[in-house]
Design a protein around this ligand. Structure first.
Ligand code: HEM
Length: 219
């Protein structure tokens, strides 16, 4: 018999104004709400996804908290609102973390996925040994570094004066995105640890985490 209650529960909507693939999957999976999420709740949920505990866990939590606190604005009012109420996940676009085209461009400003940009991402990767068997296309930490530099250069070539000013800020923001995604979702060990292109695609297109991350989130 079909589960009527489950069928009648509408799937959570993810706002196009939430441009973060990680947060979009958290909202789509109903791990957090799509609007105002208190910082302790957001930090704890992302912390579960990282699987980190003890000191590394506390360090990761502190970084996530700091990023989330400035996500909707850096003025004193915004900071106070974030601290007391939470991060507004459907109002992240055009906020301080939005790099306006200096990222992968897999999601456009309407949150439409661009497959050609996923194909471009794959060109920065190699075939790595999959711990589950066989080989698959992925990006290691050093592939990701090259990818991020190319993304920044592409945007800078299009808008030379404004991107020159953002020379330190945008690359700094990028360090909290793809390298952290590799840290959380990577497969394999050491310098051969890689971010699977197929899993990146599922994250962006289906807004779904791999089962091993879902298992951590459900703990
Ligand atoms: C550990 C948790 C997180 C991971 C792994 C992560 C990962 C990413 C990745 C891979 C991107 C895509 C960048 C691109 O397309 O080049 C991104 C974008 C973004 N993330 Fe996250 N993120 C995390 C947490 C957060 C948090 C807590 C916030 C704010 C509350 C946030 C806000 C954003 C925003 C605004 C963008 C869009 C940046 C742009 O388009 O330039 N993220 N994130």
């Amino acid at each position: 018999m079909p589960d009527i209650a489950a069928r009648e529960t509408p799937a959570p909507q993810v706002s196009p104004d939430n441009p973060c693939p990680f947060l979009r999957a958290l909202v789509a999976g109903d791990y957090v709400g799509g609007h105002v999420v208190p910082l302790p709740e957001l930090t704890k949920t992302i912390g579960r996804a990282t699987g980190k505990t003890g000191l590394p866990g506390l360090d990761a939590d502190a970084k996530i908290f700091m990023v989330a606190q400035m996500a909707n604005g850096i003025g004193p009012f915004s900071q106070l609102r974030s601290l007391t109420k939470g991060a507004i996940l459907d109002e992240l676009r055009n906020g301080p973390l939005d790099k306006h085209g200096a990222g992968s461009r897999i999601l456009d400003q309407h949150a439409v996925v661009h497959e050609d940009e996923i194909a471009r991402l794959a060109t920065f990767g190699k075939d790595y040994a999959n711990p589950d068997g066989g080989a698959e296309r992925g990006l290691s930490a050093s592939d990701i570094k090259t990818f991020m530099a190319a993304n920044f250069q592409r945007a800078k070539d299009e808008h030379p004066p404004s991107y020159a000013i953002l020379h330190f800020y945008y690359p700094l923001l990028m360090l909290g995105e793809w390298p952290v995604l590799l840290d959380i979702m990577g497969k394999g060990e050491g310098k051969d640890r890689y971010l699977s292109v197929a899993e990146v695609r599922t994250l962006f297109v289906d807004r779904r985490f791999p089962d091993r991350i879902v298992a951590r989130l459900k703990r």
